[in-house]
Design a protein around this ligand. Structure first.
Ligand code: TGC
Ligand code: FAD
Length: 389
């Protein structure tokens, strides 16, 4: 009989409306035509043409697509999630570019910024003509950003920023950095043009994961900024954590895209590959693996769509976002590894996407809150006890 797709098996499209399906299909087509043919090469060379890609993604309308006004598309959270899913089905690095631009840097300015900050940056960022990054993590403070040492002190009406941020996506290609720093008034956010004297962003090399993504350190040495550089509406850690909810939401969809791509590759490989005297797909062990992975890919979609609907109604709570991020990334990485076994030795080469996804997902498991941090968030929600410290 004719094989069904994973989408058909779960009747997933019955949960989407025609506009959502159209957006999903447009992003899938763009990704397959413009990114997929080059991604293995970019990953191997650890060189992503960020500016060129950002302009293409800007034209496609996915940068800050869930934000209203200022050149942004004003789409639903679910539509944004579906775009993340299709981008990450090609590579987590591409979804990272879009997450950091739209959900972290643009969202911070959109949600907490002054009218001038919004006018200055958002239209160019939505068009992909200006690149943003988001500096929260420091060398000694990743899971616990409350301990950050980067500080902003007053000098007359100006601010002087000093400190180091680490592992910052798009850092060395960014035009603007949203930097979180400690002030006498608690943690505040600053919009830092990257050509400001004292700002530098050395790139981090030798990554074995997310090679098709630029990751950098941000070094701030007496960076002088006007008073107007501070984000007026973000006060305390809830400012950056509010942005993280947005990016984590995109990852819930994205990770399941990577898992789908691995499983589709493995099914197709198993159908073609002859072992002993028949197709690898005709062995029961292969089918058990495929069926079990399909269940997780299907359930991951259902969880993502459910959270998308909650977010569109404005009621998705942070611990629900943690639940989706923890589950879908954890399952995706398990699926990538299992698919790798089906491809045998071919599974370790860049001829197939599987090992690339598996390696990328190691980063996805760690960034935007490690799996352990999300377990603790869920643990706190269920027991009422905070076990972070
Ligand atoms: P805690 O005392 O619990 O909270 C401090 C304040 O923040 C509020 N809050 C949140 N607000 C919005 N969304 C959330 N998810 C929030 N979680 C907490 C909270 O209500 C409180 O507000 P207020 O007004 O009472 O002050 O904070 P804590 O210090 O105990 O930390 C809690 C913990 C561990 C969950 C938090 O620090 C955390 O999430 N840590 C993980 C850090 C993280 O995820 N970093 C990611 C950096 S960015 C990145 O990785 C980009 S990757 C590139 C890509 O996306 O592709
Ligand atoms: P740590 O916090 O040192 O954690 C190490 C281990 O300890 C983990 O297993 C963790 O779960 C565990 N642990 C920590 N606390 C506890 C606890 N209370 N109880 C039990 N276990 C605990 N950050 C940004 O700000 N902006 C970016 O754009 C960005 N991009 C990134 C891109 C990449 C490719 C990567 C890999 C990271 C990026 N990050 C970014 C940083 C990322 O958010 C951090 O790496 C992450 O938050 C974890 O911090 P850490 O690496 O310092 O690990």
């Amino acid at each position: 009989s004719d094989p069904q797709s994973l989408t058909q098996l779960f009747a997933l499209d019955s949960l989407l409306d025609t506009e959502e399906i159209a957006i999903r299909d447009t992003v899938r087509r763009f990704s397959d035509e413009k990114i997929r043919p080059h991604i293995g090469e970019w990953f191997e060379a650890a060189a992503l043409p960020v500016r060129e890609l950002a302009e293409g993604l800007g034209e496609l309308g996915v940068l800050g697509m869930h934000l209203e006004g200022y050149g942004c598309a004003g789409m639903s959270a679910t539509a944004y999630g579906l775009a993340c899913l299709e981008l990450e089905a090609v590579d987590s690095g591409i979804r990272s570019l879009v997450s950091v631009q739209g959900s972290l840097a643009m969202y911070a300015i959109h949600h907490y910024g002054s009218e001038d900050q919004k006018q200055e940056w958002l239209p160019r960022m939505a068009a992909g003509k200006a690149i943003g990054c988001f500096g929260l993590t420091e060398p000694d403070f990743g899971s616990n950003p409350a301990g950050m040492r980067t500080n902003a002190k007053r000098d007359g009406d100006d601010w002087i920023l000093n400190g180091t941020k680490m592992w910052i996506t798009n850092g060395s290609v960014a035009d603007v950095a949203v930097v979180w720093a400690r002030t006498d008034d608690g943690i505040r956010g600053f919009v830092v043009p990257t050509d400001t004297p004292g700002f530098s962003a050395p790139e981090i090399k030798h990554k074995m994961s997310l090679r098709a993504s630029v990751t950098s350190e941000l070094v701030l040495e007496d960076v002088r900024l006007p008073e107007s550089a501070m984000l007026p509406e973000a006060k305390g850690l809830s400012g950056p954590l509010g942005c993280l909810n947005e990016a984590r939401f995109g990852i819930i969809f994205g990770a399941i895209g990577a898992a789908r791509d691995c499983l589709e590759s493995a099914i197709s490989y198993a159908q073609d590959r002859q072992v002993f005297d028949k197709s690898l797909a005709a062995y029961q062990i292969t089918q058990v693996k495929i069926a079990d992975m399909a269940l997780e890919v299907g359930k991951g979609h259902l969880l993502a769509y459910h959270l998308g609907r909650l977010k569109d109604r404005g009621v998705a709570r942070p611990e629900q976002v943690s639940t989706g991020k923890l589950n879908n990334v954890r399952e995706a990485i398990a699926i990538a590894r299992e698919c790798r076994t089906i491809l045998g030795a071919n599974g370790i080469t860049l001829e197939y996407p599987v090992i690339r996804h598996a390696n990328n997902l190691e980063s996805v498991l760690t960034y935007e809150g490690t799996s352990e941090v999300h377990q603790l968030v869920i643990g706190k929600a269920l027991t009422g006890e905070a076990a972070f410290r």
